[in-house]
Design a protein around this ligand. Structure first.
Ligand SMILES: *Cc1c(COP(=O)(O)O)cnc(C)c1O
Length: 403
């Protein structure tokens, strides 16, 4: 067993003191709202649950509209949330070389039936929103920003989630600040906020057994999220799944359509409130490390390093790269995926290519999303990825790309 393993994304480590009863740390939701500068927001048990609340609220406002446009390369949980709300998914391919929705495809898909469009700030990268806002606006649909991976990211000086009509963040393990599972929705419309609060009271019951399990899991995270223990809790299961050839399982991409819906407990909110006080400094440290390392990734021949759209200031849990060929990506992963250096992949497939999602996902020609699934990889921006380890990754990329 390895003695040191870097996690695939820069999660914020918790401290012993975060778990102790303490006074005066403030309320998690209020602190988060203050930090982001949002007025209308709420918590849920996951990002997926937050999206479920947003869609349920919109459905009541426009019952005749039944479809939601989502990027063809995103988290499978988005599909399950759309399905859970009884809505129909429509897949939009990405614009070539970008993580934004393809404008021509989006224009073709938007119609009187469209309830919402979901531009996604994947990997902490801020995508352009003007096109989605204009095209959704023309047909009377809403823009929901999927900011599950982008808590703290800003566009034109405002938090993501406020540029569109609404948005949501995830506090799942692997997305930066974590409550093991958790989510937050935001909106700039007070009336919409009131409907989301209503949906929250209807759809999120108090579930003590789920909350107890999540609390124990959060304690487990607090104890085990360190390079000396990650070989056991992250590396070993990863290697086993890959040995079985189960890529989607290795990436944690397989979820139940019956995902839990419940309230986020008080105690975990307290833990989060204490962690949140350290979060601005943590975000700044990741940003500084990213600025230093980005030029070396940009210099790799034929590689696209995804960056923020103009006016965007994203967050940096990881670097998201697209290589010139699938063969090169496979070779890099063969050398590095299980090397403990924080190299991994985003999602296993474009949405039409997950067998278990077939009941909800239409077959669609989405060549850009499929190429991204086949040719992309991620490099952790964890502060535990020291210079020597990062240099090894860059060197391996250079070697493979030179062949
Ligand atoms: C993780 C993720 C979600 C779902 O968030 P959970 O908190 O895991 O439910 C939605 N969209 C994207 C892009 C994600 O990465």
């Amino acid at each position: 067993m390895r003695e040191y393993e870097v996690p695939p994304t820069a999660g914020m480590p918790l401290r012993f003191a975060d778990f102790l009863p303490a006074r005066g740390e403030g309320d998690f939701l209020d602190t988060a709202k203050g930090m982001l500068g949002v007025s209308h927001a709420g918590l849920a048990c996951s990002g997926t649950a937050s999206l479920t609340l947003l869609l349920s609220a919109l459905r009541l406002l426009a019952p005749q509209r039944r479809s939601v446009i989502v990027p063809a390369y995103t988290c499978p949980l988005v599909v399950l949330a759309v399905a859970r709300c009884g809505l129909k998914m429509r897949l939009c391919d990405l614009a070539p070389g970008s993580l934004a929705l393809d404008p021509c495809e989006l224009a073709r898909l938007c119609d009187e039936d469209t309830l919402a469009v979901l531009p996604t700030h994947l990997a902490g990268r801020v995508v352009e929103l003007e096109t989605s806002r204009r095209l959704a606006g023309e047909v009377g649909a809403w823009v929901i920003e999927d900011a599950a991976q982008a808590f703290g990211a800003r566009l034109e000086g405002r938090s993501v989630g406020l540029v569109g009509d609404a948005g949501f963040f995830s506090f799942a393990v692997g997305k930066g600040l974590t409550l093991f599972e958790g989510g937050m929705w935001v909106t700039r419309h007070p009336e919409l906020a009131a409907s989301i609060e209503d949906a929250s009271r209807r759809l999120l019951p108090w579930r003590p057994s789920w909350e107890l399990m999540r609390s124990l899991q959060l304690i487990g995270y607090g104890l085990c999220y360190r390079p000396s223990l990650l070989p056991w809790v992250y590396g070993r299961p990863l290697r086993r799944a890959l040995q079985r050839g189960e890529v989607a399982e290795a990436l944690g991409d397989v979820f139940s359509a019956d995902f839990p819906l419940h309230r986020l407990g008080r105690w975990r909110q307290k833990v989060g409130a204490r962690a949140l006080r350290r979060w601005p400094a943590f975000r700044d440290a990741l940003q500084a490390q990213a600025q230093e390392r980005l030029p070396r990734l940009r210099a790799l021949p034929g590689v696209t390093v995804f960056e923020d759209a103009p006016g965007g200031e994203g967050v940096w849990p990881l670097f998201f790269l697209q290589l010139p060929s699938e063969a090169a990506r496979e070779e890099v992963l063969r050398r590095l995926w299980t090397a403990g250096l924080g190299v991994s992949r985003m999602f296993a497939h474009a949405l039409p290519d997950y067998a278990y999602l077939r009941p909800w996902v239409e077959e669609a020609p989405v060549p850009v999303a499929r190429a991204l699934a086949a040719r992309s990889l991620t490099i952790s921006n964890s502060l535990w990825l020291d210079e020597g380890r990062f240099a090894r990754t860059v060197h391996t990329l250079e070697t493979v790309l030179a062949d």
